[in-house]
Design a protein around this ligand. Structure first.
Ligand SMILES: Cc1cc2nc3c(=O)[nH]c(=O)nc-3n(C[C@H](O)[C@H](O)[C@H](O)COP(=O)(O)O)c2cc1C
Length: 336
């Protein structure tokens, strides 16, 4: 079965990509993902806050001598304490890229177009086959306009694109007034890939403990519907490659994303739940499904159930919605 595929100009042996997670925090972890068969690995993210902190420490040390070191160290406390720093990240990237045959993609996570974006070049020099730019931004200030939020994405992308020659993908949220237009604008601004979508860490309230709690939860397959809908709509409308992320648990979920039009399908929660070897289960299942359905290659599958480029997208969405509600209202949800 021919599972080979192209992602942003990178030749992958198959379209299954390990998305950023703690599984890629060591060379051994990356090797285990590669041994399980994934087509590429995106390393866990290096955060803007870490890079700013390191830059501040360097500047402090250069300007004021080592006695100010402790003060500078407390300046950006959130991420840096528990995360390995930028130098360790580059070292991991370099060693991981040398250890496996598949492309290793670096991940930069930030929201302001500052000097930290130059770090993309350091990632490229360390062997990153591409850069994934995670713009994890929740505009908490209600005075922030939608256009400002969008411009922030474009500015960060512009800075990173200026810094590197390898492909750059943008991992974005689904929360725009017009997600499609945002995708088109990123595409026009030179994004080589769009990764749909970021999953936001949404804090919750524990009524018993009277406390706000936040924790990363693994995804469920139903969460794939939103990214899958957007992939089906964007297929054929953007030049950028489309990467699906969220809700892949079984081989069928991979197949559905391909049918919608994804160039590659990413997975994290399932690999954390079942271990890296689950990638082999997903790939074997995909091959078996393709054989059963009579598909000879991934290209034959991709986009078969996308929204035709000449379709009226608004009408398409509205028709599906009205039809689904009509069915639900006349079906067996009762008799309540
Ligand atoms: C424990 C954990 C750590 C993650 N770390 C990162 C990260 O560093 N950078 C990033 O872009 N996404 C990160 N993600 C998000 C995943 O890469 C992925 O996009 C998301 O979990 C949705 O895919 P899934 O449904 O296959 O899990 C993380 C997810 C989990 C569960």
């Amino acid at each position: 079965m021919d599972l080979s595929t192209d992602y942003m100009g990178l030749a992958l042996r198959n379209p299954l990509v390990a998305s950023p997670s703690p599984l890629s925090k060591t060379v051994d972890g990356v090797r285990r993902l590669a041994d399980a068969g994934v087509g590429a690995v995106v390393l866990y993210s290096l955060f803007e806050e870490q890079l700013r902190r390191e830059a501040a420490l360097d500047a402090e040390l250069a300007d004021a001598g080592a006695e100010r070191f402790a003060e500078a160290q407390t300046y950006f406390p959130e991420v840096a304490e528990e995360e390995p720093g930028p130098r360790a990240y580059l070292s991991l990237l370099e060693r991981a890229a040398a250890a496996v045959e598949i492309p290793v993609i670096g991940s930069l996570n930030g929201v302001t177009p500052g000097g930290w974006t130059d770090y993309a070049l350091a990632m490229q020099d360390a062997g990153a086959a591409a850069i994934e730019l995670n713009v994890y931004y929740l505009p908490g200030d209600p005075h922030t306009s939608g256009r400002d939020v969008e411009q922030r994405h474009l500015d960060v992308l512009g800075r990173v694109k200026d810094a590197v020659t390898v492909p750059v993908a943008v991992k974005l949220a689904p929360y725009f007034s017009s997600t499609g237009e945002m995708a088109l604008r990123l595409d026009e601004a030179g994004a080589d890939g769009l990764v749909l979508f970021n999953r936001f860490l949404q804090p919750d309230i524990d009524a018993e403990a009277l406390a706000v709690v936040s924790a990363v939860e693994l995804s469920r397959p139903a969460e794939a519907r939103l990214p899958r809908t957007w992939i089906a709509l964007l297929r054929g409308r953007v030049r950028a490659a489309l990467a699906a992320t969220t809700g892949v648990e079984a081989a069928d979920d991979v197949a559905s994303y391909l049918l919608a039009g994804a160039d590659v399908v990413m997975t994290t929660s399932a690999l954390l739940r079942h271990g890296p070897a689950h990638a082999t289960v997903l790939l074997d299942g995909l091959s078996a499904w393709m054989e059963r359905k009579g598909f000879a290659s991934v290209d034959d599958v991709r986009g078969l159930l996308s929204v035709a480029p000449d379709a009226d997208e608004d009408a398409h969405e509205r028709t599906s919605y009205v039809g689904a509600l009509r069915n639900a209202n006349s079906s067996a949800y009762g008799p309540w």
